[in-house]
Structure formats: C-alpha cells, structure tokens
Ligand binder design. Structure first.
Ligand SMILES: Nc1ncnc2c1ncn2[C@@H]1O[C@H](COP(=O)(O)OP(=O)(O)O)[C@@H](O)[C@H]1O
Ligand SMILES: [Mg+2]
Length: 227
C-alpha cells in the first residue's frame, strides 16, 4: 500500500478519578494516498479520540503514528506543530469558526497562523486569491463578508471545509462533518468531499451513520476499542 498515514497498536485511556477508561485498545489503520476512508462506530466508541490522535491534537498512551514514513512521536515540537497546521486539515462536527471574523478571514486563519508577519505581507494576496477560489468552490462566493452567526449550518460547515484546505493539507480529517446538518445539507458536504477526493485529496472521515460512510471508498468499523 502507498501509505500516507499508518497507526499501529494505538492505545488511549482517560483517567476518571480512581479508574482508567480504556477507549482505544490497540487500533491499527493504514490509509493510502488518495484514499477516502470512513471510520464508523457507535457514539462513544472512540472515533473522535482516534481522529484527534491522527491529527496530533492529542497523544496516545502508546502506539505509533507513521506519517509519510516519519514517526510522529520522534519529531520536535516545532515539526509537530507544522504537521498539525500544514499537513493536516481538520473539519469538526460543530465547525469551530471564530465568531468575530467573517467567512474570508476564518478561511485565512490557518495560513496566517503558519506565516510570519513579514512573510505574510509577501504572500497574503496570493493566499487571499486561493481562499476566495476555495470559497467559490464550496459555493460561498457571495458570503465572504458574512460572520458565522449570519450563516446557516451548511454554510458554516462549508466555510470550515475551505479553512481546512487553505494550507493545501495532504490529509483531510473530518469528524462527523455532517452530524449537525439535515440530510440535504449533509449531502452537499459529502458531495464536496467526494469531489475533493476525485481531485486527489486523501480523506479520513469518522461517522456513526452508515449512509454517510457510503460516501467513502472503504469503511472500517471501530468497536470495543479496536478496528
Ligand atoms: N477528555 C476525556 N476525559 C474522559 N473521558 C473522555 C474524554 N474524551 C472522551 N472520553 C470518553 O471516551 C469515549 C470515546 O469518546 P469519543 O472518542 O469522543 O467517542 P466518539 O467520537 O466515537 O463518540 C467516550 O466514552 C467518552 O466519554
Ligand atoms: Mg465524536
């Protein structure tokens, strides 16, 4: 397999007072470049936990994550930050947009975060063009100046999708991206994800919904802490 990311024997538990809740009990998952994989599982099965670990938003107790041949546990904090910001794009169920910024600004944030002030002066006009073209692609060309509270749920998620793509991540991670939307709006997001995947974007999406998982090429199921 032409692997982009591979995790081996991921174990993760949460400490709850005196006891430990073991959520992931040895998860193995390998994803090829260009694949669209759905990770299905019931509520509480550890899907978000796994996705956060793959995106380096959280650390496993043990186990390895190998991204493009590099073990994430062995790289410096700075390189791990760069991985989080540039290699991975994250889409959350509840969008996580910043209310005080408009659609265009929200989309630009990850690009600004990964740039110095001086560099930003030089690259910002190109990146703004890219942001506008991504927003056109997700159907928000006439919403650039809207604030999140002025948008529908579907429009918020499409903004979040443009934001996730601004740094041209090699891996898109989506956590129940349609979970807060009605079926019609959710289908629009899935159609966009499928289109992105056709254009070469690697996607790992987690969902509890079989109908949503059907958008992917391959579905794996997480149950009792394992895949
Ligand atoms: N920070 C945390 N502290 C304690 N327990 C947690 C924490 N995050 C998640 N859990 C528990 O871990 C289990 C898996 O959570 P999660 O990965 O969010 O599941 P899913 O996304 O599949 O619904 C759940 O039982 C949840 O209550
Ligand atoms: Mg979840």
């Amino acid at each position: 397999m032409n692997s982009i990311i591979k995790c081996e024997n991921i174990i993760k538990s949460y400490k709850m007072g005196q006891t430990r809740l073991q959520v992931l009990k040895g998860v193995n998952l390998e994803t090829a470049r260009g694949e669209f994989v759905a990770v299905m599982g019931s509520s509480g099965s550890g899907k978000s936990t796994l996705l956060h670990i793959l995106g380096a938003l959280d650390k496993p107790d043990s186990g390895e994550i190998i991204y493009e041949g590099t073990n994430l546990a062995r790289i410096s904090a700075a390189r791990l930050n760069a991985y989080r910001n540039k290699q991975v794009g994250f889409v959350f169920q509840f969008y996580h947009l910043l209310d005080e910024f408009n659609v265009l600004e929200n989309t630009l944030l990850p690009a600004m975060a990964s740039s110095s002030v001086i560099k930003w002066a030089a690259i910002s006009s190109d990146i703004k063009k890219r942001a506008v073209s991504l927003l056109e692609k997700v159907g928000l060309a006439d919403r650039l100046n809207h604030k999140p509270h002025q948008l529908s749920g579907g429009e918020r998620q499409r903004t979040a999708l443009a934001r996730a793509l601004i740094n041209e991540p090699r891996l898109l991670l989506a956590d129940e991206p349609t979970g807060n939307l009605d079926w019609q709006r959710g289908s629009e997001i899935l159609t966009l994800l499928k289109q992105l995947n056709k254009e070469g974007q690697t996607i790992i999406m987690v969902t509890h919904d079989k109908k949503v998982a059907d958008a992917a090429d391959r579905t794996v199921v997480i149950q009792d802490g394992k895949i």
